[in-house]
Design a protein around this ligand. Structure first.
Ligand SMILES: C[S@@+](CC[C@H](N)C(=O)[O-])C[C@H]1O[C@@H](n2cnc3c(N)ncnc32)[C@H](O)[C@@H]1O
Length: 435
């Protein structure tokens, strides 16, 4: 055991001063960029207009700010208050789930409405609903016209709970604060050594998330999970689609989106690159929902998309005999973070068997959150959610390098872009290691 030396008060002060200096720096960047770049963003948060895309500099300043301000708040609160806030964070989470399930944002629409009317329409207790609405308004979700007025309206945050919003966050909220919340109840039990190879979800439900999704009683959760990936699009893709030139593989190249889900990424890609083709692979029931989703939301792109039921643990189709232009590019977004390392290797080896050589244009792209020393609360929460639902975690670049090495690939480049996800570009190495 190492004995930790107590930090001297002068070095603690130095740390604090450095933190304040860094915070000032990012606040200055944000302030000047907000004025210069997104001057139209309504600072009162009342507007329901989508925010214009922010610059990389601004997004990176926002990320730094969240991390530094969290650190700063630990100086500003007592340890007991700090821990209480962490212990009680689930109250905000459940409050959000309640308003999402009740459809409060839809009921409010563009009006200003009294909580008594809301409670009547939603058939719930008025004083409890008021309490929840006020707690959320205090966290900038909904706005009470004046404290104590009991009159609420939607704002920029609550507007993404509107069902009419193509990328509404209702699925995400349910997936995290209902399905995730429930199985998180078994966290401590899952930490026992006998459960090391199971996700918390599996310990709780006695079956994996994917098996649960495939059963009739898991249909609601599956739909939420699928919709979560679409709703999370604005948070997650950041620069994935816009900062990277996907057309460099050829204007009408074909990309195989492995474990594509509803095609959250594929929709954006086909919209942005009007000749690009995508082969979307996923489980049959997901492909069925995805087809319906595309018919409603992106019918104009559908002719360039092939929806293919495919289990990524079975050999990849080679497509060579089927297409004049067989695919050279394989893409996995938020797939590997669902799986333990050995499973990831299995999935990637199946791709390795069919992907063209690097010199012939073969490329594997993995879009995932990469953990590093700058990772903030958001990234750690996503990682905790993965540990809960699927057993895996978010990974570092080094951990991906090892998974790729074992699968017969190597990293060619890591593209950092706006937003949370990084894009790992990998190429096949001639020899797959025997492991
Ligand atoms: C976290 S979601 C990511 C979806 C999509 N790539 C995205 O970023 O929106 C993981 C996806 O893997 C799919 N999946 C799980 N097991 C699979 C399997 N054995 N074969 C194919 N897809 C699978 C799930 O159905 C789900 O759509």
């Amino acid at each position: 055991m190492t004995v930790v030396q107590e930090q001297s008060s002068s070095s603690a002060l130095e740390d604090f001063n450095a933190l304040v200096k860094n915070l000032h720096k990012v606040i200055d960047t944000i302030a000047s960029q907000v004025v210069a770049t997104i001057g139209t963003r309504d600072p009162s948060l009342v507007s329901d207009k989508p925010s214009p895309p922010a610059s990389s500099e601004l997004l990176s300043a926002f990320r730094k700010f969240t991390k530094l301000s969290d650190e700063f708040s630990s100086y500003a609160t007592s340890p007991s208050e700090h821990l209480t806030m962490i212990a009680g964070a689930f109250y905000e989470s459940t409050a959000l789930n309640v308003v999402s399930e009740l459809g409060v944002a839809d009921l409010i629409g563009k009006e200003r409405v009294h909580v008594s009317w809301l409670a009547k329409e939603a058939n719930v207790d008025q004083s409890r609903l008021r309490h929840v609405m006020r707690m959320l308004a205090n966290r900038q979700v909904f706005r009470e016209t004046e404290y104590g007025s009991d009159v609420f309206e939607n704002n920029r945050m609550s507007s993404i709970l509107l069902s009419s919003h193509e990328k509404n966050l209702k699925g995400f909220v349910g997936h995290w604060s209902d399905d995730g919340y429930r199985s998180a109840d078994s966290t401590l039990k899952a930490f026992r050594p006998e459960n090391a190879n199971k996700s918390i979800f599996e310990v709780h439900h006695g079956m994996s998330l994917w098996d649960y999704f495939g059963r009739p009683e898991g249909a609601v959760a599956r739909e939420r999970g699928n919709r979560a990936m679409v709703g999370a699009e604005p948070i997650l893709h950041g620069g994935l689609i816009y900062d990277y030139d996907w057309a460099k593989h050829g204007e009408s190249a074909t990309i195989v989106d492995v474990g594509a889900g509803m095609g959250g990424a594929a929709i954006e890609l086909t919209r942005r690159f009007p000749k690009l083709r995508i082969i979307m692979q996923d489980k049959p029931e997901v492909i069925e929902s995805a087809t319906e989703f595309w018919k409603t939301n992106a019918p104009e792109c559908l002719p360039r998309v092939a929806m293919v039921p495919h289990d990524f643990f079975s050999p990849q189709p080679s497509y060579t005999s089927l297409l004049p232009n067989p695919p050279k590019v394989y893409f996995l977004r938020f797939v590997l973070h669902d799986w333990f390392e050995d499973h990831c290797v299995e999935i990637l080896k199946n791709i390795r068997d069919v992907i063209p050589k690097a010199e012939d244009g073969g490329r594997l792209y993995i879009a995932e959150i990469l953990l590093d020393k700058d990772s903030d609360r958001f990234k750690h929460m996503v990682s905790a959610h993965m540990m809960n639902m699927t057993g895996a975690l978010e990974r570092t670049e080094g951990e991906f390098a090892e998974i790729l090495r074992r699968s017969g690939f190597k990293i060619a480049k890591v593209h950092k872009n706006k937003g949370f996800i990084s894009l790992i570009e990998a190429v096949a190495v001639p020899q797959v290691p025997e492991l």
